[in-house]
Unconditional design. Structure first.
Length: 412
């Protein structure tokens, strides 16, 4: 086994110079690779990196291997004397911050820019395809690891961005030609043909859906607050075209719903909320959900006031953010959904000596729910985050999370 491991670590270039082996992975011409961003930096500024910050950090650069250059011919290829000629693909954030905000995270731009890089700057393998060839169920809008799509040509010298010309073909990496052919059959199935496993998952996932009310939705994730930002709401609309989206203060929305149901006397709200609720568009008012139409409420009230990383969590603004959890609980109290999920930072449990957390649980118990907290760790965000998940479900469905929750819903 040790010999096999050592064999993998040996750098090799085949005789025809059409492929090479680096750190146990074989790369061929036309393959797409991740390259360290430092390879493209003319000058790397030295400075201290503060924990929790990603300012100045860049993602790997997506490139395509065009040529393997061996400077010194020897019996055993040397990594130091071997270089690669690659074509660079640009990410939206390389063009502008505005482009990065409104583009898909999987999108890259073709360019005529080529570079000669060292083999050691390679960080791994990836794929670039036409948008139509991205696997079903993992199309833009959902993350599919290491697969990007390309539909535009970028000229870094002029900054122009245009549709990819017909004569430029996005070639598949070695070993993916069969996969490309399979994509052409996507959606076609004769009687008697078997359905692939991914397609089967997509079909079955549509069963027993819950009518969900997502509060503090941000652009579609529990951990991102809307913060009165219209572009984030528009991003949610783009990601979830089948969902009804209301971009407004949640207190105003709840006030309008209670007024629509004739429960305005039970509503305690500010004068400002009442005034704004009266100005809502008639179309929005007619689409507002009513009690009995919502099965599941989930959301992540703003966490800035609870977060230990916020040095100003005692400021007036942070205190107001903390109180947004009351609005969230008000939705649960009025709608009384079958299931309720609250997400926040781990410090939410210990904040204010645990009083806020205990009052939250007490409120849910008073509504007739059984609730329990749990803590999960998620990676890939700006900071090393743990997430406190609180669940509330009608008895006897307590302690139902993830697969258990799904099982409980199917049995209900």
């Amino acid at each position: 086994l040790e010999e096999a491991e050592k064999e993998k670590e040996i750098f090799k270039v085949n005789l025809s110079k059409s492929s090479f082996v680096f750190e146990g992975t074989e790369y061929s011409l036309n393959d797409y690779v991740y390259v360290s961003p430092f390879e493209f930096e003319e000058r790397i500024e030295q400075g201290t990196h503060k924990s929790g910050r990603n300012v100045g950090l860049k993602a790997y650069v997506v490139c395509q291997v065009l040529e393997i250059i061996v400077k010194k011919e020897t019996k055993q290829a040397e990594i130091k004397s071997t270089e690669l000629k690659v074509r660079r693909f640009f990410r939206p954030e390389d063009v502008s911050s505005e482009k990065a905000y409104c583009s898909d995270v999987q999108e890259v731009y073709y360019s005529d820019e080529t570079h000669t890089i060292s083999v050691q700057s390679i960080e791994g393998r990836c794929e670039v395809r036409k948008k139509i060839d991205v696997p079903e169920g993992c199309a833009p809008g959902g993350i599919f690891q290491n697969v990007f799509f390309c539909e535009h040509l970028y000229d870094p010298s002029t900054g122009s961005l245009k549709k990819l010309p017909a004569h430029i073909k996005v070639k598949y990496s070695s070993g993916h030609a069969a996969d490309a052919a399979a994509r052409k059959k996507k959606g076609k199935c004769k009687e008697g043909d078997s359905i692939s496993e991914p397609d089967l998952e997509i079909k079955t996932s549509n069963e027993k859906r819950l009518a969900t009310l997502d509060i503090f939705a941000g652009c579609g994730g529990l951990s991102e607050g809307l913060h009165q930002s219209e572009p984030a709401g528009n991003a949610f609309k783009a990601n979830h075209p089948e969902a009804l989206v209301f971009i407004d203060n949640c207190n105003v929305i709840l006030r309008a719903i209670m007024e629509k149901c004739g429960d305005i006397e039970d509503c305690i709200s500010t004068t400002e909320a009442a005034e704004l609720a009266s100005k809502l568009d008639e179309k929005d008012l007619s689409n507002l959900p009513l009690p009995g139409q919502v099965d599941f409420i989930n959301g992540g009230p703003p966490c800035q006031g609870f977060s230990g990383m916020n040095r100003f969590n005692t400021s007036t603004w942070s205190k107001v953010q903390c109180e947004m959890i009351l609005a969230f609980l008000s939705f649960a109290d009025y709608f009384r959904p079958g299931y309720f999920l609250l997400e926040n930072v781990r410090n939410f449990v210990s904040f204010n000596k645990g009083q806020t957390f205990r009052l939250t649980l007490a409120s849910l118990l008073e509504m007739g729910y059984q609730g329990f907290p749990d803590c999960y760790e998620f990676y890939g965000n700006i900071i090393h985050k743990h997430r406190q998940i609180g669940n509330a479900v009608p008895p006897p469905l307590a302690f139902a999370l993830g697969l258990k929750l799904k099982e409980a819903v199917n049995k209900a």
